[in-house]
Design a protein around this ligand. Structure first.
Ligand SMILES: Cc1ncc(COP(=O)(O)O)c(C=O)c1O
Length: 369
């Protein structure tokens, strides 16, 4: 936390991702005190406790502790498919863009990508893309994947009605439904729905402890007991079985107890940041549902024009003033999390507002369009 730090001593406000948050002193104490065993022999009591706790929160039969969200998603793909099968995903999904091509490489599946601005899979599009009649030619659709909240769409919460409609379609066609719920906790807090309600339509769900919840490592794959037993074998195959993993599970249990409710703070700060950015000419902001603020500089924005001339980009200018962002071309992402308090937010708003204000650059501002 940074509230007492002066501007000159300020630690950079790191808005690249909620994964950058560091374990708090209390979480470190929980790690130090963890009772551990060898999870390879299933006798690490803290891991067992974490798995039982997450299964119960999501109202499913069982959960498996794995090192990362990527591994949880990829085990799910292996679990539900055979090589040659097809998996329907949103075209901006993490599974598609940020898992190093694992789906075709590890499971031999083709991905059927469906576009939409807001990360939502439309039931008619899914119905049209689904191939379940064996014709000797088409890849057979065995799995549909949702991401909720949808990271690429700015932490957007997928409406439950849409999910329910796709879930009914999947049930009618014997197709499994997986949820990449890396930030499902954020969706629960922001929507007021329980984790059980959000998880109910899905065959399997992956959730992460290392994002908004602030644990250093760890994710879980959640589902029916028999599936999770098969997932255990797949985890071993992928090299993800850990030994005294109770050290990490203790951080997760601490986070579940202490860091879920506080996500509302991150959401409030995301809204404040988004409102400040929305007031700046030539900046287009996606109104945040949760803790992720995505914004885009329009072609006319002087900083973008300067970047095209080889001058420092917004990311470089902001970093020089202690605000760390991620950006690609004209698009940027700022994520609020445990390590960004009100002081940090104020600093980020000051810096970004000043840098992005058209007067702060050498270009004359053309008329607003
Ligand atoms: C939506 C989503 N799914 C999965 C992951 C993967 O998590 P990990 O980095 O633990 O593999 C991330 C990571 O940020 C994510 O945003």
């Amino acid at each position: 936390m940074q509230s007492s730090e002066s501007d000159s001593a300020r630690r950079p406000v790191d808005l690249r991702s909620d994964t950058v948050s560091r374990p708090t002193p209390a979480m470190r104490a929980a790690i130090a005190e963890a009772v551990v065993g060898d999870d390879g022999f299933r006798d690490d009591p803290t891991v067992l406790q974490l798995e039982a706790r997450v299964a119960s929160l999501l109202q499913k039969e069982a959960a498996l502790f794995v090192p990362s969200g990527t591994m949880a998603n990829q085990i799910a793909l292996r679990l539900h498919t055979q090589p040659g099968d097809a998996v329907i995903c949103h075209d901006g999904a993490h599974i598609v863009h940020h898992e190093a091509g694992a789906a075709p490489a590890l499971s031999g599946v083709t991905l059927t990508l469906l576009p939409s601005e807001d990360g939502i899979l439309d039931v008619e599009d899914v119905a049209n893309a689904m191939r379940t009649r064996e014709d000797g030619y088409s890849p057979q659709t065995r799995l549909v994947c949702f991401e909720n909240p949808h990271n690429g769409a700015g932490g957007r919460i997928v409406p439950q009605l849409q999910i329910d409609a796709v879930a009914a379609l999947c049930r009618r066609n014997g197709v499994a439904l997986h949820l990449d719920g890396a930030r499902l906790w954020n969706a629960a807090v922001a929507s007021g729905r329980s984790l059980g309600e959000l998880a109910a339509p899905f065959t399997t769900i992956s959730v992460c402890l290392s994002k908004g919840l602030g644990a250093p490592v760890g994710s879980l794959l959640v589902g029916e007991r028999a599936q999770i037993e098969r997932a255990r074998r797949l985890r071993r195959m992928l090299g993800g079985m850990m030994r005294q993993a109770g050290m990490l599970a203790a951080a997760g249990l601490y986070a579940l107890e202490n860091h879920i409710e506080r996500l509302a703070e991150d959401h409030r700060r995301a809204e404040l940041l988004a409102s400040a950015l929305a007031e700046i000419p030539f900046v287009r902001v996606v109104p945040p549902d949760t803790n992720i603020v995505r914004f885009r500089l329009r072609g006319e924005h002087p900083i973008w024009r300067a970047t095209l001339r080889g001058e420092p980009s917004l990311v470089e200018r902001a970093a020089a003033e202690g605000v760390v962002l991620r950006g690609e071309g004209q698009s940027f992402r700022a994520v609020l999390h445990l390590d960004v308090d009100d002081d940090g937010l104020d600093h980020a708003i000051d810096v970004l507002s000043r840098l992005l204000a058209p007067a702060g650059t050498s270009d004359a501002v053309p008329g607003e369009t």
